[in-house]
Design a protein around this ligand. Structure first.
Ligand code: XIL
Length: 356
């Protein structure tokens, strides 16, 4: 009697401990505010786009950046209108230099953004007069100058940004008009010559909502690579919103990863107010969906081969820094006081599930 009672107690204890360890495996451990930072928890570089003036002037911004992120993209400081604002061959390096210097001192990776884009063109480019060869020489000269200055310091570049439309056809840009489709090849070859170790990306948006564009981007890049053009990765900007389905997001990542190239979720934000309702007020339901979307996209990134994960970069640090702020919107991981939002813990939960 005494003996079987002992056996019963022992069996009960075994049952309890098995149950507890299963619990540990299946339930994301609750992540508390004093948890490890994103960069410590993440199995791949986790970054943000930065405003240089906030870096220079706002201590809490700087502290958040150095604590949380292992990769930085200048939100605007390396665009053509910022680097060469007024004249050909006349450069304004201050902000870009500041960022590169800061990153080096703090051991943070820099992702450069971006060379060939239809936006952020200085007026001297819009007014440039010359033959096709002159245009090619001008673009080549610009890319060579910038890449050479940061050779060995900027790890990767968005060489071409947004060259395709949602229907998969080429965007009619000044570069296409003046040089022709070969501007893409020229840009990548030039960047590669200037820094053979830099990792070069084609960057675009919409892969999660247009399957035609998703296929066109991947086909275009594969085609260029088959002709020897040095492209190493594809950036999915992922300016998306909480109404976008997880299936579409995961499909965009997986289809792009099927190219075998490096994948950068390069400009991530999950808008709450995608309809831009001026009277939108933030609410718990939307924040819960945002948390779950952030968790899902991080989990999707974790599931592609480790060698292909260039990283995830959010487009800003706190909600007040977001380009969507005035919609109004609250699409980022930190609030306007740089306090972690619930979606920050969604990201942490994805990492902790991965570990268990
Ligand atoms: C945006 C910046 O966030 C804004 O501050 C700026 O006024 C315009 O550009 N795709 C891109 C980014 O590749 O460079 C854009 O950044 C957002 C869309």
């Amino acid at each position: 009697m005494q003996y079987s009672k002992k056996i019963l107690i022992a069996l009960f204890c075994i049952h309890l401990s098995v149950f507890a360890s299963c619990e540990q495996k299946n339930t994301p451990s609750p992540v508390e505010p004093d948890t490890v930072s994103l960069k410590e928890a993440s199995p791949f570089p986790f970054g943000a786009a930065l405003s240089i003036s906030k870096m220079k002037n706002l201590e809490i911004y700087r502290t958040t950046v150095t604590t949380e992120f292992s990769s930085l993209t200048p939100e605007n400081a390396m665009k053509m209108a910022n680097l060469a604002p007024s004249k050909k061959d006349q450069y304004t390096w201050d902000d870009a230099d500041y960022l590169v210097d800061f990153a080096q001192k703090n051991n943070i990776r820099i992702h450069g953004h971006c060379f060939v884009w239809h936006n952020s063109l200085p007026s001297w480019v819009n007014n440039f007069v010359g033959t096709k060869e002159d245009w090619k020489a001008m673009l080549k000269d610009y890319i060579t100058t910038v890449v050479s200055r940061y050779k060995g310091k900027v790890a990767s570049w968005d060489v071409v940004n947004e060259a395709l439309l949602d229907d998969g056809t080429p965007r009619q840009t000044i570069w296409l008009t003046k040089i022709g489709w070969e501007y893409i090849e020229l840009a990548f070859r030039t960047a590669h010559e200037a820094d053979p170790n830099a990792v070069l990306f084609y960057n675009d948006y919409g892969q999660e909502y247009s399957k035609v564009k998703l296929a066109a981007i991947n086909d275009t890049v594969k085609n260029l690579i088959s002709r020897g053009v040095p492209i190493h990765g594809i950036g999915l900007q992922m300016h998306t919103n909480i109404n976008q389905s997880v299936d579409n997001i995961v499909n965009a990542i997986n289809q792009t990863a099927a190219t075998g190239l490096k994948i950068h979720i390069s400009e991530l934000d999950f808008a709450l107010n995608s309809s831009k309702n001026p009277n939108y007020t933030v609410n718990d339901t939307d924040l819960a969906t945002q948390k779950s979307r952030y968790r899902s996209i991080v989990a999707a990134m974790c599931s592609i081969p480790a060698s292909q994960r260039w990283g995830i970069t959010t487009w800003g640090v706190g909600d007040d820094d977001s380009w969507l702020k005035t919609n109004p919107d609250f699409p980022l991981l930190f609030d306007s006081n740089y306090k972690q939002k619930s979606c920050y813990y969604g990201v942490q939960e994805a990492f902790s599930i991965l570990k268990n």
